[in-house]
Design a protein around this ligand. Structure first.
Ligand SMILES: [Zn+2]
Ligand SMILES: [Zn+2]
Length: 375
């Protein structure tokens, strides 16, 4: 009966289906010209996860205690001590000689502060919620306690599996355009240093939540320790340092600064050397490029500077660049491509062919010459 009433009150529909689609289409185009809509999906996932965590009281885990642990990993006394030690090594064995307070270093100090303050609670909220959702929806992934498994082996297994998950998420960051929009901030650094490890978009942590899965699977055999996370963070920080150091025969197993710098190179493919701690995932997938004398002093950054960087203007303007970098993923593609030019690396986003050698010119003209693959 209600359907009769509704249909009798309806105004006659004079527009054809194709005509009625036109305003919706132009509305979508108008919004797309102001904002890159796919970037909102990562915001939505983060909001949903935080809401689930809040409503479920973080699965009974203590939020404050988890915050303390995460802060210890990011800026605890041991981490700060390790970072300071790496900074001394950077001065003693630099890959590239730079001023003590180079612009890139100052910008990455801002990202360090951002991580220590706002990113820590965000990562804790996302992690606790993700773990709770995984435990509830896939309870079978938690394996029982194996009495025969020594604790050191459990830690080693988590380390290796976590590294494999991080590698997979990193590959997705380079292959999925929406994720790349968030990840390119990390690649925009032209003055790499140990603090570049903090130069990440806060929302990119959503894509790395899968690295929690090994810890969830093996939780009955022992929780992931803060020590393991501090060691892992130190390894990842060190490979970003401006250090000309190799690990000798261990170069084939662990990612050194010289190895990871190739991943950040401004010229050529950047979807190589994706490893966080171990090179084996790159070797197994044919993406490992081992350092040579020529690659040690290689320039880093993004061809054509599609994202605002502190090195581009006469003055560094750190805060306004920071805001522009954090809003970068939401900029519409059209605006970005106009800024970079037709031959931008982003234009050839899915081109995985190896880049031809190019003349090393001024950075400002790189977008004219560089043929990046995916990064
Ligand atoms: Zn990196
Ligand atoms: Zn990358």
């Amino acid at each position: 009966m209600s359907s009769v009433i509704i249909s009798s009150n309806r105004a006659p529909d004079t527009a054809s289906p194709s005509e009625s689609r036109v305003p919706a289409e132009s509305r979508r185009r108008a919004i797309s010209s102001r904002i890159y809509l796919p970037a909102l999906s990562i915001v939505a996932v983060a909001i949903v996860l935080v809401a689930i965590g809040l409503s479920g009281r973080w699965g009974g885990s203590g939020f404050a205690a988890s915050m303390t642990n995460q802060r210890v990993v990011v800026v605890g006394p041991v981490t700060v001590g390790i970072l300071l030690l790496f900074m001394v090594v950077e001065r003693l064995r630099p890959a590239q000689r730079r001023a003590f307070f180079a612009r890139g270093y100052r910008q990455d100090v801002l990202y360090t502060v951002l991580n220590a303050t706002l990113v820590v609670p965000l990562v804790v909220a996302l992690s606790l919620s993700f773990a709770e959702v995984a435990r509830h929806s896939l309870p079978w992934i938690v394996v029982p306690r194996f009495e025969f498994l020594p604790r050191w082996l459990v830690i080693a297994l988590i380390f290796v599996a976590m590294d494999a998950c991080n590698w997979t998420a990193h590959l997705a960051n380079h292959r999925v355009r929406m994720l790349w929009r968030f990840h390119e901030l990390h690649h925009s650094q032209e003055d790499m240093s140990v603090l570049t490890v903090f130069r990440t978009h806060p929302l990119i942590h959503v894509s790395y939540l899968i690295a929690l899965i090994p810890g969830i699977v093996l939780v009955a055999n022992g929780a992931v320790t803060t020590t393991l996370l501090v060691v892992y963070a130190a390894v990842v920080a060190f490979e970003h340092s401006n250090t000309n150091l190799s690990f000798g025969p261990l170069n084939r197993i662990f990612c050194s600064p010289n190895y990871h710098r190739i991943h950040h190179r401004v010229e050529g493919r950047q979807d190589v050397n994706l490893g966080f701690a171990l090179t084996i995932w790159d070797q197994l997938s044919g993406r490992a490029v081992f350092p040579t004398k020529e690659t040690i002093r290689i320039d880093t950054g993004l061809p054509g500077r599609p994202l605002a960087v502190e090195q581009s203007a006469a003055r560094a303007r750190h805060l306004s660049v920071l805001v522009a970098q954090l809003l970068g993923p939401f900029r519409p593609l059209e605006v970005r491509e106009e800024n970079v030019g037709d031959r931008s690396a982003f234009g050839s986003f899915n081109d995985t062919s190896t880049s031809a050698p190019v003349e090393v010119g001024a950075r400002e003209s790189l977008h004219e010459t560089a043929r990046g693959g995916t990064r």
